[in-house]
Design a protein around this ligand. Sequence first.
Ligand code: HEM
Length: 178
Amino acid sequence: MIPLKEAIEAKHKLAERMPFNVRMFRGQLKKLEYGLYLRQQLSVFEAIESIALPHPDLSRVRKVKQDMAEISTVYNWEILPSTLEYVEYILSLSIEDLMPHVYLNYLAIMYGGQMMKKVVPSSGNMYEFDNMQEALLSIRSIQKDEWAVEANKGLDYNIKVFEELELVTQNSKEYGMA
Ligand code: HEM
């Protein structure tokens, strides 16, 4: 069986190269645009964390909310239809099938996190983990190559969200602000 990391490599590349992600990586996102991304992350984390996490220090909900509040305490970012689709899917999963989505969405933040933290327009609480090694190990120790199918599904959902983020932010004057 192909190792999990290799099995997700092709779609990981696609996700990495999505224009919204490229702009984030280059430090080009405006505050409101980054806030919109955080709002999507919040919904995904809330859905996952309403079911189960292998380690309490993985929990991201409070941290994402802190980052959003730094940008604005009054702005009401929308939850995009593509995010709602992913959330609905997550909420339909058994704990066993949820774990590949934990692997995908939490390791995405851990890896690359130190790099992103420096370039995003907030202090980047989302990328900070207490007991990072222990939290990482809680995922690594249960990870299986059989997770590839679900992890790739999760990447498809993430790619759709990045597509919509780009579409919405490029077609709205509002997101050009601040
Ligand atoms: C700008 C966007 C991104 C960049 C630059 C990036 C970069 C990286 C890097 C450098 C690694 C470590 C690779 C290694 O160990 O050699 C990694 C791992 C990983 N990334 Fe990303 N990534 C991005 C987006 C994403 C997204 C959107 C997801 C999924 C939602 C994701 C999920 C993962 C996962 C699950 C791993 C761990 C793979 C493993 O070791 O099993 N990444 N990423």
